[in-house]
Design a protein around this ligand. Structure first.
Ligand code: MRU
Length: 368
């Protein structure tokens, strides 16, 4: 494995020995095993997204793009296979808008091309472009977010800047560097003393299993906390800044992110703590305005709540913690209204969580 965040670290890539195989890290096995998983068909790509071998909005989009390349390898009717794959991919996870963005982008590239060789070249190029651009976007977020951390550090006389994050909006959720973690990694490179409070993020534990793993791999001091601890830490002056990612941000700055993000925003607001969302522009849904009514919220398998997952002797195991007939609801995301968000950190700069704020950075999105 390349060291995480090294120049050549990637979360998804074309197999160097076999161009009919796309490779991913099976994130279900982390932090216990670093296992590479082969995607040999677009159906493998759909399964990897649905079952969360890969997850995180930008990486879901990239996996969808590579899955369309796998569909283009079909020997009989690649053009129709790409359309079938696109439909299935669009249904695989509903909340992260990068999925739709990536599928539409690849479809626009192939347009009405029917030559199988051309289809392979075009889909492969576009999947590669999406991945390369995502890395540059993360770097942009890192550069802009670094300023916030520098400002806080300047007032702390060398004491660590305590940053709380929720879920995994790290390298593992993107192609490299992450969104919420990019400013943290950049700060660390500048020698700024940072410490990260990592929400465990029930029920899938992306915090305890992924964020803690990648922060450790990058030598970033961090402490794991249960999801309900953040408010207490904020009340006691132990959090300087909150940065999370997002799966979909509306034109007006409402943000859908992993369930529990809204409660962190409320606690931060009550304690006057800056609450920032780090987002690639690929996560902005310019077609919608109101997050509460217009963003579809994924509901997942109740077993994620009733059971706890782990690894035993290299096997992924789960243990039920509830009575067998306990009714469960498992909403995977919630919406934080723009009014609770101090600012949005994008690859083009930091702006207010509002339509005007976003349009100042993305003027090409103004209504014509
Ligand atoms: O269900 P997941 O693990 O795909 O949810 C991921 C998140 O909520 C992330 O915070 C979000 O995608 C931002 S990733 C840069």
């Amino acid at each position: 494995m390349d060291p995480i965040n090294a120049e050549n670290f990637r979360t998804i890539w074309l197999c160097p020995d076999d161009a009919s195989v796309v490779q991913i890290i099976d994130q279900r096995m982390l932090p216990h095993n670093y296992q590479i998983h082969d995607l040999k068909s677009w159906q493998d790509g759909v399964a990897a997204i649905k079952d969360m071998y890969v997850r995180g909005a930008p990486l879901i989009g990239a996996t969808a793009a590579w899955s369309l390349y796998l569909a283009a390898l079909d020997t009989k009717n690649p053009a129709s296979e790409i359309r079938t794959a696109a439909d299935a991919l669009l249904k695989s996870r509903p909340t992260a808008v990068n999925l739709r963005w990536a599928v539409e982008r690849v479809l626009a590239t192939v347009d009405d091309t029917s030559d199988s060789n051309d289809l392979q070249v075009l889909t492969r190029c576009e999947a590669e472009n999406i991945c390369n651009e995502d890395i540059e976007i993360s770097r942009g977020i890192g550069r802009h977010g670094l300023r916030l951390i520098e400002e806080i550090a300047a007032s702390k006389n060398g004491a660590p800047v305590n940053i709380l994050t929720h879920c995994n909006a790290g390298s593992l959720a993107t192609i490299n560097w992450g969104t919420a973690t990019a400013p943290i990694y950049f700060a660390r490179q500048q020698g700024i003393h940072v410490h990260v409070w990592v929400d465990e993020t029930r029920p899938r534990n992306q915090g305890s299993q992924l964020t803690a793993w990648e922060l450790a791999a990058n030598g970033v001091p961090h402490t794991l906390i249960v999801d309900n601890a953040g408010g207490h830490l904020m009340q006691h002056g132990m959090v300087d800044l909150v940065i999370t990612g997002t799966d979909r941000t509306t034109r007006c700055g409402d943000v859908a992110n992993k369930i529990g993000t809204y409660l962190k925003a409320l606690a931060a607001h009550d304690n006057d703590i800056p609450f920032y969302i780090a987002l690639p522009s690929t996560t902005i849904d310019w077609e919608i305005r109101d997050g509460l009514t217009e963003i579809p919220i994924e509901e997942r398998d109740p077993a994620e709540v009733t059971d706890v997952y782990g690894v035993s002797n290299s096997d992924r195991i789960h243990v039920r913690t509830t009575a067998s007939d306990t009714p469960v609801s498992n909403y995977a995301f919630d919406v934080t209204p723009a009014r609770l968000i101090t600012g949005l950190i994008t690859e083009r700069g930091i702006c207010a969580a509002s339509e005007q704020g976003l349009l100042n950075l993305f003027p090409e999105r103004r209504a014509k």
